[in-house]
Design a protein around this ligand. Structure first.
Ligand SMILES: NC(=O)c1ccc[n+]([C@@H]2O[C@H](COP(=O)([O-])OP(=O)(O)OC[C@H]3O[C@@H](n4cnc5c(N)ncnc54)[C@H](O)[C@@H]3O)[C@@H](O)[C@H]2O)c1
Length: 419
């Protein structure tokens, strides 16, 4: 069989099994039945070519000796699986790998439909790892070309160069924020970075709204008391009407502007603060300074990214100018709020409550079940003692729609950046 011809026809780093229609293998239907299934099993790429009837291709070298052996195989219907398996298994061990860190069952669920595309279209084998990527767990990344990371995985200036040396070429964040990655150090080391900046801002905006309404109307408290048969209406359950209330949105990008529009529709008076004004809000909201926003709003919702500039944007000074009884909502990043200052404000009752989907030291705690061991972080534990605080587990993004978009965009990022 003219193997050389096919070898040449392909990218030099790839190799192909070629089955001619004139050979013993009868290819039944289109696409053929064996190639995709076997390729998917072993994480290799499958494709059809002008030059061959069927290709099972993978991105690594196979010696010409192996190639000639393959050429001599008798490709009978029953033998093909076994023959291919042994050669592909051998070759597949050095193929491209993508490791999905901090992977939970739901990540697997939403990535699953893309799984075979990674293998067939991109020639990448995907592995899921439950551990977070940190300085301590970096060894797991050895030999992977692509890392898929989430909000609490960490790439520091030190680890960026180490990851490159281990073979990592691309980091795909399956989230919008990039504050957990030393981006400049990665670029310097030659690692490309991609994120999912826009997977549907309404998922997070609606979660912020849920926190506002639950906190204001004390749903968490009444839910608890009713479970014990206590239907008493007490002063502690008193809320305020959102219609006509002044609400401040800090950061009017995708998520902040989506929330602003929902609140306008509810009849709130919306104040905004951002470095850049969002044209779509100019007719319905007022842009003011941060000080004015904080001092006039009964609800303040944070939607700026975490940067050096925004770190502890909400500190003792900021909290001191918020009106008595006002609510602070943070669905952006924990580091925007000085948690100890927030605890002081809650203790002194200078603000009315906080709804937090994020916490500045959440890494290693959020997305873990600590019910058996207890919470070792005293600041978080103190925060949870306040009846006027609701903490959710960084789940603003967690809707069917957003997860589907995240999985699709991550695949597209890998496809466009790696090829
Ligand atoms: N809780 C979750 O599950 C979840 C999910 C997605 C995103 N987020 C967080 O939400 C943040 C906002 O997301 P987005 O998609 O709306 O981002 P975006 O980039 O569309 O909007 C951010 C806005 O903040 C403004 N901004 C930046 N720095 C500022 C500063 N110093 N002062 C004033 N304004 C400033 C920008 O001009 C921009 O308009 C993300 O950075 C991420 O951290 C959280």
């Amino acid at each position: 069989m003219p193997w050389k011809k096919y070898e040449k026809a392909m990218d030099h780093s790839e190799i192909a099994f070629v089955y001619l229609k004139s050979g013993e293998l009868i290819i039944d239907g289109d696409p053929p039945i064996y190639g995709p299934a076997i390729a998917a099993t072993y994480g290799v790429r499958f494709g059809l070519s002008q030059n061959a009837d069927l290709l099972v291709a993978f991105k690594n070298e196979v010696s010409s000796e192996t190639l000639s052996l393959i050429g001599k195989l008798s490709l009978t219907d029953s033998g093909i699986g076994t023959c291919l398996n042994s050669y592909i298994r051998k070759a597949g061990t050095t193929g491209k790998r993508m490791i999905v860190f901090s992977a939970k069952g739901y990540d697997k669920h939403f990535f699953e439909p893309w799984f075979s595309s990674y293998q067939q279209e991109l020639g990448i084998k995907v592995e899921f790892q439950e551990v977070r990527l940190t300085e301590k767990t970096i060894k797991i990344a050895q030999g992977a070309e692509v890392l898929c990371l989430f909000v609490n995985d960490e790439v520091t200036e030190d680890t960026a160069a180490k990851l490159r040396a281990m073979g990592v070429r691309l980091i795909c964040l399956r989230c919008a924020g990039t504050n957990n990655i030393a981006i400049e150090a990665c670029k310097k080391a030659g690692i490309q970075i991609a994120n999912v900046p826009d997977y549907g801002p309404n998922s997070v905006a609606e979660h912020a709204l849920a926190l506002i309404l639950a906190l204001n109307r004390k749903l968490h408290l009444v839910h608890d008391q009713i479970r014990y048969g206590n239907f008493l209406l007490t002063q502690g359950l008193l809320g305020f009407e959102m219609h006509g209330a002044m609400v401040g949105i800090v950061g009017t990008g995708r998520i902040g502007s989506a929330l602003a529009k929902i609140l306008v529709a509810m009849g709130c008076r919306v104040f905004c603060h951002d470095k850049v004004r969002n044209e779509s809000l100019l007719g319905c909201c007022s842009y003011v300074s941060l000080e004015e926003l904080l001092s006039r709003s009964m609800v303040v919702s944070l939607h700026v990214p975490l940067t050096k500039e925004t770190h502890h944007l909400i500190d003792d000074d900021a909290l001191s100018i918020m009106p008595k009884g006002s609510l602070l909502i943070n669905t952006s990043r924990g580091g925007l709020v000085d948690t100890k200052a927030l605890i002081r404000a809650l203790k002194s009752k200078s603000i009315g409550g906080a709804g937090l989907d994020v916490y500045e030291a959440e890494a290693g705690q959020f997305y873990s079940d600590l019910s058996g061991t207890g919470i070792s972080d005293d600041t978080l534990a103190r925060l949870l003692t306040f009846p006027n605080v609701i903490v959710t587990c960084h789940q603003g993004f967690f809707t069917h729609e957003a997860m589907q978009t995240i999985a699709r965009t991550t695949f597209e990022n890998v496809k466009s950046l790696l090829q």
